[in-house]
Design a protein around this ligand. Structure first.
Ligand code: PEP
Ligand code: MG
Length: 416
């Protein structure tokens, strides 16, 4: 029968950091589809486990075993496939199969179904009208994605919310990236600047200096293109939190902050730099501090959960009950199957929480994330702007815009 799975297997490949990851292939009579899984560096404690004990090799063994359970199922039946993946693993955190093998299998099945029907992946997974997301791009980087005495916050981002076309939005982000380099080299002519794991600039800056440079670059590009460019931050604050001292430790800035000082600090940054997007301002267990911030900046700054919510429906429910977030990061390999991702995004959208489809710091050139963002109606996609593994998603969205004539999503906080 068409679409019947004949075999599933896997291969060890390298990600953009040169670390081992997994690629899974699904075979039917007529098509072969493959999907690759990315890897994080600032991994949330509540994410599923990327790989089982024994790493990628052990995961590949498991994929060989799950092959016989998936054989005979139809690639059209994503829910059935995903529940077999869950049953096979039998643990909440995908400790046996590994979340990376789970998500790569799940996405490869969806790609096979799209190939069978001769439609694009985004069309296959969508229900309803397709829209293009705004690209949220990491321009200056610190934290665990950057070597050396890096900035305490992990990411300084831009999102060109005024763009009417995805291509223009991508160009705006590239221009900000170039303008930041111009400003930095003119300020510090004797330094050599490099790029970090996500292609963002690694620079010897304090948090406020980074925000200053980013704001100036964004304003310049805004003036040149006539497109509103907003700025954002991912503090990745779980990486700063020291549980037994109950403080956030800023190693570069040589200071410590209690939770209430962290709240005041984040609020002051949002005010001073007109920050539109703030991800993980507090540690991964602090739903309450998130809620206090969210209440304060409601309607003007997205308070986004990443390590807090880990693309998990149950954790999102807790965040909704407490009013902790107005936005969540959606990283498919944090949760393990496409069905789980879909359920989390649907719950977010039905509660006016903005889902942000997101890359990982260690990526591959798989462009499925672009289709997931479009298909699941995420108004924002966080993918970086430099490096072939980030460009693979950017260029896929440019192709979808050109070939399908898709329009941009509605920007958050707008009525347009
Ligand atoms: C992030 O924290 O948003 C991120 C992309 O980092 P990682 O992939 O390292 O978790
Ligand atoms: Mg994050």
């Amino acid at each position: 029968m068409t679409g019947t799975i004949r075999k599933v297997n896997a291969q060890k490949i390298l990600d953009s950091r040169g670390n081992a990851t997994i690629e899974v292939r699904v075979y039917t009579k007529d098509v072969v589809a493959s999907a690759c899984a990315p890897s994080g560096a600032s991994v949330g404690r509540f994410e599923v486990r990327a790989f089982p004990e024994g790493g990628v090799d052990a995961s590949i063994e498991m994929v060989n075993k799950i092959s016989s359970k998936l054989k005979g199922l139809n690639v059209e039946e994503q829910n059935v496939v995903d529940s077999v993946i869950h049953e096979f693993d039998g643990t909440k955190q995908f400790e046996k199969l590994g979340g990376n093998a789970a998500i790569a299998t799940s996405i490869a099945v969806a790609k096979a179904a799209a190939l069978e029907k001769n439609v694009r992946l985004c069309e296959h997974i969508a229900d309803g009208r397709l829209r293009l997301p705004f690209p949220l791009s990491n321009i200056i980087g610190g934290g665990v994605h950057t070597k050396g005495d890096s900035i305490d916050f992990q990411e300084f981002l831009v999102v060109p919310l005024g763009a009417k076309k995805f291509r223009d939005a991508a160009v705006a982000n590239v221009m900000v990236h170039k303008e930041v380099a111009r400003i930095l080299t003119s300020q510090r002519p004797h330094y050599v600047f490099g790029r970090n794991d996500e292609g963002a600039w690694a620079a010897p800056l304090t948090i406020k200096e980074a925000l200053e440079v980013l704001s100036n670059a964004a304003q310049k590009v805004e003036g040149e293109l006539g497109i509103e460019v907003k700025i954002g931050v991912d503090a990745a604050a779980s990486e700063l939190w020291i549980e037994n001292e109950k403080v956030y430790v800023y190693r570069k800035e040589k200071c410590k902050k209690s939770t209430s000082q962290q709240l005041d600090y984040v609020l002051s940054l949002i005010e001073e730099y007109d920050i539109f997007y703030f991800e993980d301002p507090f540690g991964e267990e602090d739903f309450e501090a998130f809620a206090k911030l969210n209440k304060n900046v409601s309607g003007r700054c997205l308070v986004t959960g990443d390590d807090l919510t880990v693309t998990n429906k149950e954790r999102l429910k807790t965040a909704l009950e407490r009013g902790s977030v107005s936005s969540i990061i959606v990283k498919p390999n944090q949760v393990g199957t496409l069905t789980d991702v879909k359920e989390t995004v649907t719950l977010a959208l039905s509660n006016n929480v903005v889902p942000v489809a997101s890359h990982r710091s260690g990526e591959t050139c798989d462009s499925a994330l672009a289709h997931i963002a479009v298909g699941l109606k995420c108004p924002i996609i966080k993918i970086g702007i430099m490096g072939s593994e980030r460009m693979a998603k950017i260029n896929e969205l440019i192709r979808l815009e050109d070939e399908m004539g898709l329009r941009m999503a509605k920007p958050p906080f707008s009525d347009s």
